[in-house]
Design a binder for this molecule. Structure first.
Ligand SMILES: Nc1ncnc2c1ncn2[C@@H]1O[C@H](COP(=O)(O)OP(=O)(O)O)[C@@H](O)[C@H]1O
Ligand SMILES: [Mg+2]
Length: 378
């Protein structure tokens, strides 16, 4: 691996072309520049396409904006914030944003060269995938879908999966899974970034379904709210501790949820065939587009679907100008039996149409072979 370490691929964002040039010269031999984007925000996709192991983010005169930028890259690469004379607060914030270090490019080129070599040798860390589940309105099944995806992802013994709740209007994961009192999102946030990955893994509740759960606290659900920064902090921690993080966003696309959708590999938008729900879904799709969430990452699902009801699947897709990736059958009894028992649908009613449809949904999201229909029809 030493050959790779002598030329670690790095990108520079948020730094003027002149300063970037100077930096590239100073780092010659330790790393090779694969992408540079002086803008803020930088074109994340374009930069990451060049597969940098390390992204250097210039702090400029707005460290807060630079930290947002750092957090966007921290899930895909090692990030180093370039800031002159960082104070303790900035260091802490940078750590929370997932930065590897904060270095002064004028003063600490030696340290930066060493770090590049070291990070190149180890390769980029592999932070977890993020799946966000968003309901177009309350009650359409966001929590049901979240729990189901958590269960299905956890079927892979190689993946450590967590399901969490950043629903700022009324998180109900705790109730849906009938969890005992345990660690909540609030407990984790109270500890700030000062929580180790191993410890976090031990602290969270493990569900019978094979996944970890981090719910919102039960008390005063209406008064619990999470800021954008708290949501970013929480997600930053979770992706370091788990391979898959499934986030129940409920139906409010508030600031906290916006940070999450931007950081997500997949956003599942849950709607139903009812007209009000579809109208809200149309608005959610526009917001997601305006936020810059790539269209192919947004998966529209129709829950409580009935093929004989109107509008039809095709009409929905035409109206919303977005394909419907999957439908989920309407089976109130099965779904509520599961919720009543604190189980996932796969534990309570593994052969139900709802369970089957959710397996298909998961396969389609991840581009996997679809589970065949078992039984005599086959
Ligand atoms: N496929 C379905 N068929 C029938 N009822 C469903 C289905 N999915 C969800 N429900 C019911 O809808 C209600 C709300 O579901 P939930 O997942 O909590 O929605 P949200 O989190 O969007 O508010 C629950 O009572 C649940 O039993
Ligand atoms: Mg819910």
């Amino acid at each position: 691996m030493s050959a790779a370490s002598s030329s670690t691929a790095f990108a520079v964002v948020g730094l003027s072309p002149g300063r970037t040039d100077a930096l590239v010269r100073a780092l010659e031999g330790a790393g090779r520049l694969v992408a540079a984007d002086p803008r803020r925000p930088a074109d994340r996709e374009a930069v990451l396409r060049q597969a940098p192991a390390v992204v250097l983010v210039g702090a400029g005169d707005d460290p807060r904006a630079a930290l947002d930028e750092a957090a966007r890259f921290a899930r895909a690469a090692e990030v180093v914030l370039l800031a002159p004379a960082p104070d303790a607060e900035l260091l802490r914030a940078a750590m929370r944003a997932g930065c590897r270090d904060v270095l002064d490019p004028a003063d600490e080129v030696g340290a930066l060269r060493d770090l590049l070599a070291e990070l190149g040798e180890r390769g980029p860390a592999a932070p977890g995938r993020v799946l966000a589940v968003l309901g177009c309105q309350g009650g359409v099944g966001a929590t049901t879908v979240t729990v189901a995806l958590g269960h299905l992802l956890a079927q892979d013994p190689g993946r450590n999966v967590i399901v969490t709740d950043i629903d700022v209007s009324s998180g109900d994961l705790l109730a849906a899974l009938d969890l005992p009192a345990g660690t909540t999102t609030e407990d984790v946030l109270r500890r700030g970034g000062a929580i180790e990955v191993e410890r976090l893994r031990r602290l969270v509740h493990r569900h019978e379904g094979g996944f970890a759960v981090l719910p919102q606290p039960p008390e005063d659900l209406d008064s619990v709210s999470m800021s954008r920064r708290q949501a970013d902090d929480l997600l930053g921690l979770l992706v370091r501790a788990f391979d898959d993080v499934v986030v129940d966003l409920g139906s409010a696309l508030a600031e906290a949820a916006r940070g999450v959708v931007l950081a997500s590999d997949h956003v599942v938008l849950v709607a139903t065939q009812e007209v009000p729900a579809l109208r809200k879904a149309a608005r959610r799709l526009l917001i997601l587009r305006d936020l810059g969430v790539p269209r192919e990452r947004v998966h529209l699902v129709l829950n409580r679907y009935h093929p004989r009801l109107f509008p039809s699947l095709q009409e929905v897709a035409d109206q919303l100008r977005h394909p419907v990736i999957a439908t989920i059958a309407n089976d109130y009894k099965a779904v509520n039996a599961a919720i009543g028992a604190g189980e996932t649908i796969f534990e309570a009613h593994p052969r139900s149409a709802v369970a089957r449809d959710l397996r298909v949904l998961k396969a389609r999201i991840f581009g996997e072979a679809e589970p065949g229909r078992r039984g005599w029809l086959r």
